[in-house]
Design a protein around this ligand. Structure first.
Ligand SMILES: CC(C)(COP(=O)(O)OP(=O)(O)OC[C@H]1O[C@@H](n2cnc3c(N)ncnc32)[C@H](O[C@H]2O[C@H](COP(=O)(O)OP(=O)(O)OP(=O)(O)O)[C@@H](O)[C@H]2O)[C@@H]1O)[C@@H](O)C(=O)NCCC(=O)NCCS
Ligand code: ADE
Length: 298
């Protein structure tokens, strides 16, 4: 028995799913989908202020290579948290997996926060997807969301409370600007993924546009909607208003249905870079949208 393995505490005898070959294959499939989803977010261009393979957006300390290193470091985490979900692990087990994954990310990137929001959001979604599979339920966005709230909603609500000294940029933005951020997203069961990003992606695909355009539309829908602590941290209230206004204007012109959408997205990218704005929370949530879309459409 490995005392340091948090999953050990939730392994119940007579639950063949956890260790059997099909359970392992399922976890590996989710790892591939999670990593590909985050990679799809990374290579998407133009994304206002964000890092891609074309440029580093508003960031001076990270490049696409930093994100790729981080992605490699997260593979085991996505397998572990999917398996923990299959085993109905309590939130404290998921939290420890998340903390360990953050440490691995920071080691891989030399201390740069590339994916903290993604570790949280995609991690919880992987756990819910694992739970869905253990129940034998069809993987649908509605069922994944339901199980996430039913299994860990209460603990996520408690996790949203920022206590004492703010240590992270997110916690500071919550206290200083009453921004909601990743914690509140989690407490509500990631509604921006299910009710904002995913519908925007589906609408663009249903209208016959490609996956690239659909992802751009989903990103702008998220930027228009969420309270992104990374934006508050870098740009304060003014910055948050700028991001929301530009995203709304892009959507009001038809998003990627407009013939000049690419030039408009590029103009936003340039203006965000000039103002050092980076909607990193929306980028993480786009990765989550790609994950839910991929697991629910095959
Ligand atoms: C709950 C935690 C995620 C902690 O959150 P908290 O808000 O306290 O801490 P942050 O360190 O600020 O991380 C939150 C990251 O979440 C992303 N985010 C922001 N707004 C939202 C939102 N509305 N919805 C979803 N996600 C959101 C955002 O990630 C992106 O920003 C990164 C860069 O941020 P930053 O570090 O501030 O760096 P820079 O811009 O480079 O600043 P400078 O250094 O240059 O000044 C970017 O890469 C994106 O990832 C926020 O960063 C969680 O950490 C936690 O509780 N962890 C413990 C483990 C756990 O409990 N897990 C639960 C089970 S999985
Ligand atoms: N592409 C990206 N650029 C900057 N921050 C991010 N956080 C998640 N993805 C990001």
């Amino acid at each position: 028995m490995d005392d340091l393995n948090p999953l050990q505490t939730v392994r119940a005898p007579g639950r063949p799913e956890q260790g059997d070959a099909s359970g392992r294959a399922f976890c590996q499939r989710i790892v591939r989908v999670a990593v590909r989803s985050l990679y799809a977010e990374l290579v998407l261009y133009p994304k206002p202020g964000l890092v891609s393979k074309i440029d580093n957006g508003s960031h001076t300390d990270m490049t696409a290579a930093t994100f790729v290193r981080s992605l490699f470091a997260l593979r085991r985490y996505f397998a572990d948290i999917t398996r923990a979900g299959m085993l109905d692990a309590p939130f404290h087990v998921l939290k420890q997996l998340g903390i360990d994954a953050e440490a691995r990310m920071l080691r891989a990137t030399g201390g740069i926060n590339t994916h903290r929001g993604a570790i949280f959001c995609l991690g919880m979604l992987c756990a819910a997807i694992g739970r869905c599979r253990a129940h034998g339920d069809a993987l649908t966005p509605a069922r994944i969301g339901e199980l996430l709230r039913a299994c860990w909603g209460q603990a996520l609500g408690a996790h949203s409370v920022v206590n004492g000294e703010p240590v992270s940029h997110g916690a500071r933005a919550v206290l200083r600007y009453a921004a909601s951020g990743a914690r509140e997203e989690g407490a509500l069961g990631f509604p921006s993924v299910f009710d904002v990003g995913l519908p925007a992606l589906h609408r663009a695909l249903a209208a016959g546009r490609g996956m690239r355009e659909a992802r751009i539309d989903a990103l702008f829908a998220l930027m228009a909607h969420i309270s992104d602590t990374n934006v508050y941290h870098r740009g304060g209230v003014e910055g948050a208003l700028t991001v929301r206004r530009q995203a709304r204007a892009f959507i009001a012109r038809g998003g990627t249905a407009a013939p000049d959408w690419e030039a408009r997205a590029l103009a936003s990218h340039r203006s965000f870079v000039a103002a050092r704005l980076s909607p990193g929370g929306a980028a993480d949530l786009l990765g989550a949208v790609c994950l839910v879309h991929a697991v629910t459409t095959r």
